[in-house]
Design a protein around this ligand. Structure first.
Ligand code: HEM
Length: 540
């Protein structure tokens, strides 16, 4: 059965199908096929008319920010890579400046690549720039239950407030107990099980912190997965769907009526939703470890007072946080290890401070005020290799005049945190990994620059700023301090010499970008390391 005309084997078809792994509608036959062709053709014509109207409307006002011209009507569709969008955005920003725009089928996408522009547009104008673009594929997957992907409205506000109640700077202190225990387990696991891939240790650690903080259950084990716990790859479709152009239905929204009516095409998303929903709700309602603080426990206690009483709402709030937390934290730790392999002098500088401040005992949260180098190294890792280099896109809810440009209502706004972290006015020589850029002459952390969010531009902006920022930083602080204290990191060698990772080799996981697989050898710094880890959770 041939494809409908739209899907003939041209470059566009190949790119779309190669990227989105769309199942060709081979099963559509006869009249149904004719109807679908007609629907598609009429929808396409409608879309082209809309694109023309939009283009003309914009031409009559101020210009859009500069950027690639693209082709008539389809804009830059063919220039957008199917993977690692951020590399293309960085290239265009380097050519055209800190505020650029491009179009895909009439949709305007504005990319913000300097700290000042991000501060002006995404922070100070956040009343107009904190919506999310519509993510149709994510809607199929989550049924609009993930508040990170929905527009501002009553549901977003209630969920965001409940998340903030449990994760703000003060509340996050309650979870240091979990972070202590988990970072100790990470070191112990790496020491006792060097045969297990380091990525698996890290994945267990970051997932387990999130799992315990959110649902209050026992720690996740390295070997035995929690029954029914979705693997990291399970969440990948959602992370992919949240990148602009990350799904075919978001590029060609006229397919939505067709897809939404076809149970056959939607069945994967529907099954995904059922499985995710069952898992999150079960995790929320199951009894928690007694006395353990957790988001679920708080929701059960406060319930209706904060408008969060239904198990589905509560389960999905936990699920939203779990998805947002585990992969971003694990990705940061992987980039940290790569940075340490490539820059052993930076690791040595931190260890000198660790040896002075904590000596032979296990570092604790109480040491953190005296460990400026640990803070600096985390800021630098997240600046140098932001785990979410294109952030989570915002949308403009009104026309905005910025500088001499128009950012039209409905434009998708991308905070290009890769380039913001290389903004020469704040981070000169941005390609170089140099944690000392954050330290003053006394070795203390320097006051942060304006619009830098405490030199953590990677956590986003405005009303949408990452709600788990403090939790994430605390998880990283204690894990990084303990890893550097416990081990020397060495590259693995083969007959040709050292196998050093290539920091420009990436694995695209949608919103997060991982380093390509790498190998590392961890050498304990103390012969009796295992005994030194034996601390009570309160001390630890
Ligand atoms: C290093 C780790 C992390 C990074 C780099 C990161 C980064 C981000 C970014 C860039 C955004 C989008 C902000 C914006 O739209 O301007 C975001 C949003 C979000 N983050 Fe994180 N995040 C991390 C850890 C966490 C953790 C640990 C949690 C939860 C426990 C979390 C929960 C969320 C949620 C729920 C949102 C959506 C907020 C909303 O739309 O209102 N994140 N994060």
């Amino acid at each position: 059965m041939p494809f409908p005309p739209l899907f003939t084997c041209d470059r566009l078809h190949w790119r779309l199908f190669e990227r989105y792994k769309i199942v060709a509608p081979y099963s559509i036959t006869g009249n149904a096929l004719m109807m679908n062709i007609l629907t598609l053709c009429s929808s396409l014509s409608l879309l082209l008319v809309l694109a023309l109207i939009r283009t003309n409307r914009l031409r009559s006002t101020r210009p859009l920010p500069p950027g690639p011209k693209g082709l008539p009507l389809i804009g830059s569709l063919l220039e957008i890579p199917s993977r690692l969008l951020f590399l293309k955005l960085v290239e265009w920003s380097n050519q055209s400046g800190p505020l650029i725009s491009y179009k895909v089928l009439g949709q305007v996408i504005v990319v913000v690549s300097s700290a000042k522009a991000a501060g002006d547009i995404l922070d100070r104008l956040s009343a107009k720039t904190s919506d999310r673009p519509r993510y149709i594929k994510a809607e199929y997957l989550t049924h609009n239950m993930d508040f990170g992907f929905v527009n501002r409205g009553a549901f977003w506000r209630t969920q965001r407030r409940a998340a903030h109640e449990s994760l703000n700077v003060r509340a996050a202190k309650d979870f240091q107990l979990v972070q202590n225990e988990e970072s100790r387990m990470l070191v112990e696991g790496l020491l006792l099980h060097p045969e297990i891939d380091i990525a698996k240790h890290i994945y267990r650690h970051s997932s387990s912190v999130a799992w315990r903080v959110i649902y209050g259950h026992e720690a996740l084990k390295l070997e035995v997965d929690e029954p029914g716990l979705p693997s990291d790859s399970f969440f990948a479709p959602l992370l992919l769907a949240a990148v602009p152009g990350g799904s075919i239905v978001d590029i060609l929204p006229f397919l939505h009526p067709l897809i939404s009516r076809s149970k056959f095409i939607r069945r994967y998303s529907d099954e995904w939703y059922e499985r995710a929903s069952a898992f999150f709700v079960k995790a929320h309602v199951a009894p928690q470890v007694e006395g353990m603080p957790s988001l679920s426990a708080k929701l059960k206690e406060l319930g209706e007072k904060i408008g969060m009483s239904g198990d589905e709402d509560c389960g999905w709030l936990g699920g939203t946080l779990y998805i947002a937390a585990q992969d971003t934290t694990a990705t940061s730790l992987k980039w940290f290890l790569i940075a340490m392999l490539l820059h052993p002098q930076a690791a040595a500088a931190v260890r000198r401070q660790l040896d002075q401040v904590v000596g032979n005992r296990f570092p604790t949260f109480e040491d953190m005020d005296n460990l400026s180098h640990i803070h600096a190294i985390i800021k630098e890792v997240l600046r140098w290799r932001p785990p979410t280099p294109t952030g989570v896109p915002h949308a403009a809810s009104e026309d905005i005049m910025y500088d001499k440009y128009l950012i039209p209502k409905g434009a998708i706004l991308i905070a290009n945190s890769w380039s913001i972290g290389r903004d020469p006015s704040m981070y000169p020589d941005g390609e170089t990994f140099d944690p000392s850029r954050f330290l003053d002459e006394q070795g203390d952390i320097k006051p942060s620059s304006p619009d830098s969010h405490d030199n953590y531009p990677v956590f986003g902006h405005g009303r949408r700023i990452c709600v788990g920022k403090t939790l994430a930083i605390n998880t990283l602080l204690i894990a990084v301090a303990r890893l550097l204290w416990a081990f020397e990191f060495e590259p693995v060698r083969d007959e040709h010499g050292q196998l050093l990772p290539d920091p420009m080799k990436f694995r695209d996981n949608g919103l997060t970008v991982w380093p390509a697989e790498f190998q590392i050898r961890l050498v304990p710094r103390f012969p009796d390391l295992l005994d030194r880890l034996d601390v009570s959770p309160e001390e630890g």
